[in-house]
Design a protein around this ligand. Structure first.
Ligand SMILES: Cc1cc2nc3c(=O)[nH]c(=O)nc-3n(C[C@H](O)[C@H](O)[C@H](O)COP(=O)(O)OP(=O)(O)OC[C@H]3O[C@@H](n4cnc5c(N)ncnc54)[C@H](O)[C@@H]3O)c2cc1C
Length: 191
């Protein structure tokens, strides 16, 4: 990259922040990061938000390099031939390079009843909704966590730590990505 190179980063999660910060090491690069809120959502801590032990947000001013310009907005369109993105609030940003780091969300539930009767924890809003629902539920009410990948295991453990009676339902195998020894250790710890 040479001259005054403009980089726009869409998405201020771990990937977008890391990319933006690293790029500021090049003196000739101007970096603009676009994210819908002025805070980094610590997604790896959303289960802790649900359990009440962490608020899972960090102000961008604490994690973004000084030379990164933050635009709090949503990108609604990428016009690649014109090298420009459109913002929800109006206006456009021109770029020489674009970094697309918009993350992921919950899978669309294909289980009847899931959409109406379950709570997801993939986004800040989802975790906040679950937290509010739990706050409005007696502490003795049983909680069922469906799915025993890392998010399910962490959420079940977090809620059990708060004294909730938790049942973790796995699709046949606990932590399928884990080594057998790790799986045994997780099962023991959860029990
Ligand atoms: C409860 C939980 C626990 C987890 N634990 C772990 C763990 O222990 N270890 C691990 O490695 N991973 C863990 N993960 C997964 C990890 O959080 C994700 O892999 C990671 O957040 C992905 O980072 P990212 O930067 O790609 O996207 P994200 O963190 O999702 O960030 C994307 C950002 O882009 C923004 N965005 C989206 N669309 C637009 C748009 N159009 N315009 C502007 N901005 C936009 C979003 O608002 C968001 O701020 C966990 C996830 C959850 C939910």
């Amino acid at each position: 990259m040479t001259g005054d190179t403009r980089v726009v980063v869409i998405g201020g999660g771990y990937a977008g922040v890391m990319a933006a910060n690293r790029l500021t090491q090049h003196g000739d690069v101007r970096v603009t990061l676009v994210n819908p809120r002025p805070d980094l959502v610590h997604r790896v801590r959303l289960h802790q938000l649900v359990g009440g032990s962490h608020d899972a947000v960090v102000a961008f001013q604490d994690v973004l390099a000084e030379r990164v310009r933050l635009v709090v907005d949503v990108v609604t369109r990428i016009n690649a031939p014109a090298r420009s993105v459109t913002l929800e609030a109006g206006g456009t940003l021109d770029y020489d390079y674009l970094i697309y780091a918009v993350g992921s969300g919950s899978a669309e539930p294909d289980l009847p009843g899931a959409a109406e009767f379950t709570y997801a924890v993939a986004t800040l809003e989802e975790a906040q909704r679950l937290r509010a629902a739990l706050d409005a539920t007696p502490a003795s009410a049983p909680v069922t966590v469906v799915g025993a990948g890392p998010t399910g295991i962490e959420t079940a453990a977090e809620l059990a730590d708060t004294g909730r009676a938790v049942t973790l339902v796995c699709g046949g195998i606990l932590g399928p990505y884990l080594h057998t020894r790790g799986r045994r250790s997780v099962a023991k710890r959860l029990a």
